[in-house]
Design a binder for this molecule. Sequence first.
Ligand SMILES: Nc1ncnc2c1ncn2[C@@H]1O[C@H](COP(=O)(O)OS(=O)(=O)O)[C@@H](OP(=O)(O)O)[C@H]1O
Length: 374
Amino acid sequence: MKVDTKVFKVITLSACILILVYLACVEDQTVRHLIMKSWEGNSSVLRDFSESETEQPCTPLSNVVFIKTHKTGSTTIQSILYRYGLSRNLSFVFRRQNKRNGHIPYGHITESTPRKLFLPVLEKVNCSYKGYNISAIHVVHNRPVMETYMNPGSKYITILRNPASQLMSAFLFFHLDRKVKGNSTELKLINFMNGTTWKKSPYGRNGQSHYLGLNQSDFDNHTKIKEMIQTLSKELHLVLISDYFEESLVLLKHELCWSFGDVVFTVQNNRSRPKPPLSPVLLQKMRSFNYADFLLYEHFNRTFWETIKKKGPKFWRDLREFKRVQNETMQKCFNSSTMQPTFNLSGDMNSFCEQYAGSARLFEYLFDKQTRKC
Ligand SMILES: Nc1ncnc2c1ncn2[C@@H]1O[C@H](COP(=O)(O)OS(=O)(=O)O)[C@@H](OP(=O)(O)O)[C@H]1O
């Protein structure tokens, strides 16, 4: 009798353990299976089901205005949007005359901008310049005007980078160092900030605030800077932070209700020259020179982390999962953790790995598709 009770206890305990292990495996396999499926292009339907246990079901969104800032990792984000739009036949805002990349760098659009500045939307019998799905070009942010082009309910998103590293990247990339004297990059940058040549280039001072609507004449106007930040807080649904790139992509995935596979990335434009370390003196100088960008960054960096905090532990689980999917995709396509420069392009933009080959190639394909006589 004593032996029977013991056996009974052992059997009950083993059964409980088996049930627990089974449940854990089923959950894991379901998630994994659905992620694999999302790679096959069925992400939207399956994702709603997979995440219903942990978050509200949602519908993937296809209407996005991405305000592309300079030297912030914005081309990497743009390539994600291009890839998404390519596989779903979405219409993009591209400047018709700029066949190289469709941008209007530091250009303003207003109510009187001729519609024909852009390529028409796809799939309309007559040429139409209303109802675009995605804008991801360089153009100065103006939400009321953008709303007249875009589909209703579009999400407004941008990306910011620590203004010290952004300035250094722009200073070298746009060859602003050639315009000033000095026998080191640090000295040249100090001379650039002390002088007036920055006025001749939109890339050199407060480049991020400038794209987000701050006029050059207001760079030293504290009230105007604060007003810009307040307006952006109301107008933008999400501000990504380049310095926390993967965290940003998880927020992007959440905001747009996309799959992890949808926000997988390959680094674009990682091509600027080696940069000197930032000394405390240089940093202090950059802070007062790029005052608007520092205030802008500090504000949205703070709200970025507040948003993440509100999401609780699920955010960190999603980040882990995203890193796994990111790495798995890179391994699958490039046998490495990143895309290799030697990657052999086949030219078939519908092939799974080809879509990671870069923003420039995706742009060419999308631009050609949308081009027609009007
Ligand atoms: N994923 C990711 N994470 C972190 N940093 C990244 C990422 N992708 C691009 N980059 C860096 O962003 C810089 C290029 O930015 P942009 O694409 O906005 O440049 S551009 O203005 O469109 O030319 C460029 O920075 P610098 O190398 O300092 O110049 C890229 O290296």
